[in-house]
Design a protein around this ligand. Structure first.
Ligand SMILES: [Ca+2]
Ligand SMILES: [Ca+2]
Ligand SMILES: [Ca+2]
Ligand SMILES: [Ca+2]
Length: 427
């Protein structure tokens, strides 16, 4: 039995090579099972199964996903075969959008700067103002890809910080840069397979605002980065659904177009060898939500955050008093860090703002700090970037049994490369 939800009648297959050549090509492999190739994915650097191919197959009528997996598993040309799993967003609640916000570092942004407003505890924040005294980001900084529901790239508090594909001429119906996507000016819609990643849902724009809403522009909110290059990679449709194939296309695009950091506020589904390989082979740091199932991920694994990779960070949500909100998953060994993820105020599509909660909102705080550090120190490897973020985190007793080393994100510490608060909530 396959435990997680998946798209019926489809599989993701990875074939092998023998170092010199592929054992089969995708079309003859599909033909052998009466299937058709729906998509192929290129992840060059893993070297795990030299010369093979990763593909999405549509199975013939009458063959179930379970039957296909059972058959293909015994095929010597197959490295692995798995369902095309279905994934969901990791946000909990959604407030009403509001256009009212007089300036940038508004009191709603307790995660950036907590002085005890609105029932919070002073200091339970990421020390953003201290970090901004060191660095505020750059418009030519390393690219941060938001792999989500898309981004409202016209939002007045985001537009200046959205990545632009310089090789692509907008709106001419031509794939000018030859990357396989027509008119992909600000990113890719991996779900509909078009060049338009506009957000019709809200989740992705909210995440983008936390990473890099334009700072000091007199409107809305301020992101962790005042200036940034944010790439919109839309894997979810506007109702918030997606599957493994769209996710693979999204990771493939972000990698190909040079993203150095990816922000992944989604999960569910099952353990996917294909996704693990995609993340592992992508030379970026991948920030991943721990999930909102009230669960201990050490016992009940959550994906993608539980993949054991050198280049990922799993993120739990903290609240304005440095407590764990009930919904947030945790894991003393499988969750690396906590970050603000309850009552987070950020951008909404159409130029507005809204409050949302979830490990979905914690993840872009970490992705934002990763972007800020990468902007200040562009030569760091993903592993070095990860080390700085974890070393620079506050080490809090309240988080010790819940995440690795009791880490709660600190932007100032990440820029300095060492912890600035060992236990700031002690009374
Ligand atoms: Ca603090
Ligand atoms: Ca293109
Ligand atoms: Ca074009
Ligand atoms: Ca702003």
């Amino acid at each position: 039995m396959i435990k997680a939800d998946y798209v019926p009648g489809q599989v993701i297959v990875r074939t092998r090579g023998d170092n010199a050549r592929a054992l089969t090509d995708s079309t003859s492999f599909a033909d052998k099972y009466g299937a058709t190739v729906a998509d192929k994915f290129e992840f060059g650097q893993s070297g795990l199964f030299d010369k093979g191919e990763m593909m999405q197959l549509n199975l013939p009528a009458g063959m179930t996903t379970e039957q296909a997996i059972a058959k293909m598993k015994s095929d010597p040309a197959v490295a692995y075969v798995e369902p095309n799993y279905i994934y969901h967003l990791d946000s909990k609640e959604q407030g009403q959008p509001s256009n009212a916000a007089p300036n940038d570092l508004v009191p709603e942004l307790w995660g950036m700067n907590n002085t005890g407003q609105n029932g919070g505890t002073a200091g339970c924040d990421i020390d953003a103002p201290a970090a901004w005294q060191i660095h505020t980001g750059r418009n030519d900084a390393p690219i941060i890809a938001v792999i989500d529901t898309g981004i409202d790239y016209n939002h007045p508090d985001l537009a200046a910080n959205i990545w632009t594909n310089k090789g692509e001429i907008p709106g001419n119906g031509i794939d000018d840069d030859g990357n396989g996507v027509i008119d992909d000016v600000h990113g890719f819609n991996a779900n509909a397979q078009t060049g338009d990643p506009m957000d019709g849902h809200g989740h992705g724009s909210h995440c983008a605002g936390t990473i890099g809403a334009v700072g000091n522009n007199g409107i809305g909110v301020v992101g962790v980065n005042h200036h940034a290059q944010i790439m919109a990679v839309k894997i979810f449709d506007d109702s918030g659904s997606t599957d493994s194939a769209a996710i693979l296309r999204g990771i493939e695009y972000a990698t190909k177009m040079g993203a150095k950091i990816t922000s992944n506020s989604w999960g569910g589904g099952g353990a996917s060898e294909a996704q693990k390989e995609a993340f592992a082979s992508s030379p970026a740091l991948h920030i991943m939500a721990a999930g909102n199932n009230y669960m201990n991920n050490d016992v009940y694994p959550n994906y993608p955050s539980n993949y054991e990779l050198s280049n990922n960070i799993a993120v739990a949500a903290s609240d304005r008093n440095d407590k764990k909100p009930g919904f947030s998953n945790y894991g003393a060994t499988t969750v690396d860090i906590a970050a603000p993820g309850k009552d987070i105020y950020s951008c909404a599509p159409g130029g507005g703002y809204q409050m949302m909660s979830g490990t979905s909102m914690a993840t872009p705080h970490v992705a934002g700090v990763a972007g800020l550090v990468a902007s200040a120190f562009p030569d760091l490897t993903p592993e070095q970037l990860k080390e700085r973020i974890l070393n620079g985190a506050d080490k809090l007793d309240s988080w010790k049994s819940k995440v690795v080393d009791g880490n709660r994100l600190n932007a100032h510490g990440a820029l300095l490369g060492h912890a600035v608060n060992q236990q700031e909530t002690k009374v």
